[in-house]
Design a protein around this ligand. Structure first.
Ligand SMILES: [Cu+2]
Length: 180
């Protein structure tokens, strides 16, 4: 991406990553990052053809990684897929670990009612109480930073998960989150 928005978004993310290095409450080793990026949630069906992760259980344990190695830049990895559609049941309790697996860029996470196309600064209000994880800076020797969040998918509908760092969702850092 070479648009002015993309360049500015990358620059802000890099500066934030450096300033907030090691700020997260949890640390994940490189080996664990590889493992969790491909981890299929219990009760989930993963369809790589349609890019869907469907979880049928009422408790959902999900690992979401921002920009791990080998992923395209400015994308999420969930259950081995890039920016998949995640489908959960209405009323499901979602326990989510958000891991910033990038080496040099801050990322954050939110499930929101906003829909694409996304602007440079999406409003990105959480769709459910607790459905957001604050920005995580660069890794340290202790590992990649991570935050645990949990929320209840109370209302059926079509939502989006995205990175609210300026320009990141606009550059493609988002996917559908469906409650049905
Ligand atoms: Cu980001």
């Amino acid at each position: 991406m070479s648009s002015p928005d993309a360049s500015l978004g990358m620059m802000i993310g890099r500066q934030a990553g450096s300033v907030m290095a090691g700020n997260a409450p949890l640390q994940v080793s490189a080996g664990r990052v590889r493992q969790l990026g491909d981890q299929v949630p219990i009760g989930a069906t993963v369809d790589a053809c349609t890019d869907r992760v469907t979880v049928s259980t009422m408790t959902v344990a999900l690992f979401v990684e921002a920009a791990p190695p080998d992923n395209p830049d400015m994308t999420f990895r969930i259950a081995g897929l890039v920016n998949p559609t995640v489908i959960v049941r209405q009323g499901a309790q979602v326990n989510l670990e958000f891991i910033n697996a990038d080496s040099d860029e801050a990322h954050a996470f939110v499930v929101t009612s906003d829909q694409p196309p996304f602007v440079f600064r999406p409003s990105s209000a959480p769709a459910f109480p607790g459905s957001a994880a604050g920005p995580i800076g660069n890794p340290t020797a202790a590992g990649q930073g991570a935050r645990d969040i949990s929320f209840t998918a109370v209302t059926p509908g079509s939502y989006q998960y995205l990175c609210p760092m300026p320009g990141h969702a606009e550059m493609g850092m988002h996917g559908a989150f469906v409650v049905e």
